[in-house]
Write a protein that binds this ligand. Sequence first.
Ligand code: C2E
Ligand code: MG
Ligand code: MG
Ligand code: MG
Length: 283
Amino acid sequence: SAKSNGRNCFEYFNQTIQLETERTAKLHYHLKNAIILNELELYFQPIVDPNTTEINKAEALLRWHHDGQFISPDEFIPIAEKSGLIVEIGEWVRAEVVKMISAVQSLNKSICFSINVSTIEFCTNELQNRFLQSFEKVSQSSGLSDFPYHLVTLEITESLMMNQQQAVYDLLALLRKRGVNISIDDFGTGYSSLSYLVNFPVDQIKIDKAFIQQIETDERHKALIEAIVSMSNSLDLSLVAEGVETQEQLDFIKQLKIPAVQGYYYYKPMPTDEFLAIISQQE
Ligand code: C2E
Ligand code: MG
Ligand code: MG
Ligand code: MG
């Protein structure tokens, strides 16, 4: 229910300050100004069709340049989540992606962009409404008369669906009705029940890189990936394999006919200009 939903959220925000180390506290202090100081940048990592090597999707990934350093999203996203700053940061990310979609449209190309969404952004009714309203507003300000919602994929994690809340279901269903694709990121790492795959409006699964990267050392990971492929085929979900680095990993992915690959084997995440240059050269 909305009530228990709100309580979880409150407890989460409430854990903050006391538990923070000095570094975390310092980063939190500076993260508040990161948007205004223009320290955030979006990188884009191409997602490739392994049979044609064509790029038809890309994931937007945050970068924070602070004090002559680069701070990893694995370090600052949790800080942004605990402090609630993730809400504002998420809105900034979606505005940047909308700009990117316009830029790619003007090159006459079609690329579907994945955006990571934090569970915190959906954790109260108020935040859910804010998400929807700000996303619609920014889409409508794109300058494109009919915003191509089908070129947006929202990457959510299993934790968002753990409690199978009606409000989350309704929001995802509404976004999906507009044309937005819903993807489960880091699939298989969330310890949650699989039933949400049937009960929730979902289009895509991203196989976590932990599984892909262990196939060479542990055969059982191959069996696990095979099971994910067969399940997603039966449920008519599309698949992306994340973290593909080696030829052996790619060969295995191709053998299973997984249609989309994201990994250093093809491309690392890159700045906007570099990404647009590659896309514009593509047939
Ligand atoms: P994620 O959404 O699972 O993103 C994929 C991560 O895997 C990215 O790390 C990407 O650079 C990395 N990756 C891709 N291919 C390979 C590969 O072949 N080998 C290896 N070792 N790594 C690969 P990154 O960019 O450091 O982002 C880390 C996480 O931070 C993301 O994981 C996501 O959970 C979070 N994140 C990034 N940007 C955003 C954002 O805009 N909003 C939110 N809420 N979270 C974000
Ligand atoms: Mg992701
Ligand atoms: Mg992932
Ligand atoms: Mg991850």
